[in-house]
Design a protein around this ligand. Sequence first.
Ligand code: URA
Length: 245
Amino acid sequence: MDTELQQVIRDFKAYLEQEQRKGLKAVPLSTRIINPGKKTTAADPANSKTLEQLHQQFANCQNCPLGSTRNNFVFGEGNAQARLMFIGEGPGFDEDQTGRPFIGKAGQLLTKAIETTINLKREEVYIGNIVKCHPMKDPGQPALRGNDRPPTAEEMAACLQIITRQIEIIKPDIICLLGRTAAQAILRSNAGIHELRNKFHTLNFAGKDIELIATVHPASCLYDPANKKYVWEDFKKIRDFLKKV
Ligand code: URA
């Protein structure tokens, strides 16, 4: 069988499984399903000048396999003119259910740390992720909590163009990379999080030099509260940086 036909069958199977999870019991024989995966045309993110346009451009994205298993595309949220931007790894269960980044337990910890250590409100910053759809260990069980896995290299490569454009549009003064996946992906490094954190890195996005600082992922503080000291230390650096600039 040629690969194009195989892909059509895979897309159609994924579509039916998605509809089944939403409650579909049977497909009437007369139903014609056209373009089941709503494939995005290979559009250039640079064509989008605003976050709203970029969101619309990729809202139905099927550029990687996560497109067929997500409940919601989690674009990111917050102040489009934020001086401070956070980038995490990818949506988890709560984020996939709601379409909002960092609103589960790790997100609540992040929000509290932003407010108490950096003295900013969550609405004043921008929060996004490397991948926009929930990577699941078992995609057949989207209603199962704890069914999370890190994104694959293929998933990250497909999605990186979106967060890059988000950075270019927002033009923050500083970006905080939450956890090893985000830090390695943006800083293009294989180093561990403890090697990358607690210091400033500078990268140029569309002509603007932006400072970046990595810290441990807030979820790691839930497993081991001793990790909170790293978040506090790195967030204080961010607070002091924002006071100076
Ligand atoms: N973890 C992440 O990396 N991102 C989220 O949005 C939620 C949890």
